[in-house]
Design a protein around this ligand. Structure first.
Ligand code: ZN
Length: 552
């Protein structure tokens, strides 16, 4: 996800550089008895696993170091550092890639896959080999030349986009985006190579790479379930006079805003002995190890919701990363299991908790104490309505909880059509405007506020990322409902400022597993059913019906 820097950085544990077991030192075959032979085979498995772990630890260290450089670049680096930083990061990335795609590692993983076949599905070594092998195959399937061309596309298109958006000039982007679409098709074809079945849409391999097991068709089904409900709720929410959100747009000193948001994040469970918050133009979360997980936020003196909700969002990502079992450090199993599940954790704390009446019962009086001049005369109910204000708009990143998924669906549909050839790049602005008119009832006046607003298509593959935002929304409600079923007192606790029961449930059912469970498996174990839109629809319906009723 754009707000979340995903990698597998595990730099905290001491580097275990002791003897990498060489195959020459493995027990030779032809052991005297079958018992001795079984023992020899088992020793061989253990030493090969150790070999894999040592290799992965080095890759993780390089990636972790690269993440530190990127974090610094986004927060404190002077402008003059850009060129040097870009080559430093590229060198570390190349070294990590070379180490990870070493054919010797592939051979080890193939052998271990066979050797561990008999172990249970829950065996941690088996999970390590399964996930690492999948990552390895993905990393080696795409030709290095194609990776280079995609990287050049990203650099060139991004540079052009930084001119085209302020100039409101889509024409600048047409040749770039045409190249991006062609490259993305090549990428998808390379990723699909060797897969006999299951790939029906050109974008399927990109979706599967982000959200294992999902396809264009399964994402389309999710949108088809959500959209009619969202349309009705939106219609009700906007049928009356717009609620006042003016209380959010007064002058609020920035330092006080930052301190308040961080204090709430800490109460949620973000451990500041193993994390910190800084500022950056685009908020994100990055992990150097489970002992050092950092978030950034941005603050506006004239908008109280900006810093607060960015902080709560990124803290949700950070608590996930901090909660991964320490045993998974410096392997491919550290980190979140998919962008969608990661986003479910940020949305849960930002929206389901942070924008709830119960949470504001606890938090709002404290906020009033911080900003007495601005908020003394604003009742909790008014503030609650302000942070849940609904209005169809042009800009995704400013969208409310209800219309956000509509922005995502529009992008998902357009990128599908760009990739499968139903939509020509030159026709994108018209298709974008038509979708916004049809779905949100708003008129796109300029491409800057239309198809040029997001960086995604101009800084990487054209497709395969947006769906994870909506999957995150859906899962946030499903996980929360499962936590409530187990601990019905959670809402009452939250109204008193106690978050530890919810945090512990998330840690035990989601965080600690890292990537050792695939998303579908994780969701099934944590909630007792596959991903379903029902809890999310129930949550939105109850909340926005009540808000509409309260306004008459
Ligand atoms: Zn996020």
């Amino acid at each position: 996800m754009p707000k979340k820097v995903q990698h597998h950085a595990l730099a905290s544990a001491p580097v275990r550089e002791k003897a990498r077991p060489a195959s020459s030192r493995l027990p030779a075959g032809k052991a005297g008895s079958s018992k001795a032979s079984a023992k020899a085979r088992s020793a061989s498995v253990e030493s090969r696993l150790l070999d894999v772990r040592v290799r992965l630890a080095e890759v993780a260290d390089l990636e972790g170091a690269c993440a530190v450089l990127r974090w610094d670049q986004a927060t404190y680096m002077p402008r003059g550092g850009a060129a040097g930083r870009s080559s430093q990061a590229a060198t570390l990335q190349r070294l990590a890639h070379e180490k990870f795609t070493d054919p010797a590692l592939g051979k080890l993983l193939n052998g271990l896959t066979r050797a561990l076949e008999a172990r249970s599905d829950d065996d941690c070594d088996r999970a390590l080999v399964r996930v690492t092998r999948r990552d390895y195959e993905r990393a080696t399937k795409v030709p290095v030349a194609l990776v280079d061309r995609l990287s050049r596309y990203s650099n060139d298109a991004y540079a052009a986009w930084t001119d085209a958006r302020p100039a409101n000039d889509f024409k600048i982007m047409v040749p770039h985006l045409e190249a991006g679409v062609a490259l993305t098709r090549e990428l998808a074809a390379a990723m699909a190579a060797g897969q006999s079945s299951g790939s029906h849409h050109v974008m399927d391999p990109l979706i599967d790479s982000a959200e294992p097991g999902m396809t264009v068709a399964s994402v389309v089904t999710l949108f088809a379930e959500l959209m009619p409900v969202l349309a009705v709720l939106l219609q009700r929410a906007t049928a009356h006079l717009p609620p006042q959100s003016a209380c959010l747009f007064q002058h609020f000193p920035e330092a006080k805003q930052l301190a308040f948001g961080l204090k709430i994040a800490e109460h949620f469970g973000f451990d500041l002995l193993r994390g910190r918050q800084d500022q950056s133009p685009h908020p994100f979360c990055t992990t150097f190890s489970t002992g050092d997980v950092r978030i950034t936020t941005r603050v506006k003196a004239n908008d109280l919701s900006e810093a607060l909700y960015s902080t709560l969002h990124e803290a949700g990502h950070a608590m996930y990363e901090q909660g991964v079992a320490p045993a998974l450090e410096r392997t491919r199993l550290a980190g979140g299991t998919s962008p969608g599940v990661h986003e479910s954790q940020s949305r849960l704390w930002e929206n389901i908790i942070g924008r709830s009446e119960g949470f504001l019962t606890y938090a709002y009086p404290q906020l009033q104490k911080q900003f007495p001049e601005q908020l003394r005369r604003v009742p909790t109910k008014t503030f609650y309505r302000a942070v849940n204000h609904v209005a169809p708009s042009l800009i995704r990143t400013d969208a409310d909880e209800l219309t956000y998924n509509m922005h995502i669906m529009i992008r998902f549909d357009l990128e599908c059509r760009l990739l499968d050839g139903r939509l020509a790049v030159a026709d994108l602005p018209a298709a974008w405007a038509e979708a916004y008119r049809a779905v949100l009832g708003v008129t796109v006046q300029s491409d800057a506020d239309g198809c040029l607003q997001d960086v995604h298509w101009f800084s990487g593959p054209v497709g395969g990322a947006f769906q994870s935002y909506t999957i995150g929304n859906i899962l946030s409600a499903q996980f929360y409902a499962a936590a409530l079923a187990r601990h019905p007192a959670i809402p009452a606790e939250i109204a008193e400022g106690r978050f530890s029961t919810l945090h512990a449930w998330l840690r035990d059912n989601i965080y600690r597993h890292g990537r050792s469970l695939d998303p579908a498996d994780l969701v099934m174990r944590a909630t007792g059913q596959p991903m379903t839109t029902a809890p999310y629809i129930a949550y939105l319906t109850a909340k926005y019906d009540a808000l509409a009723d309260a306004r008459g």
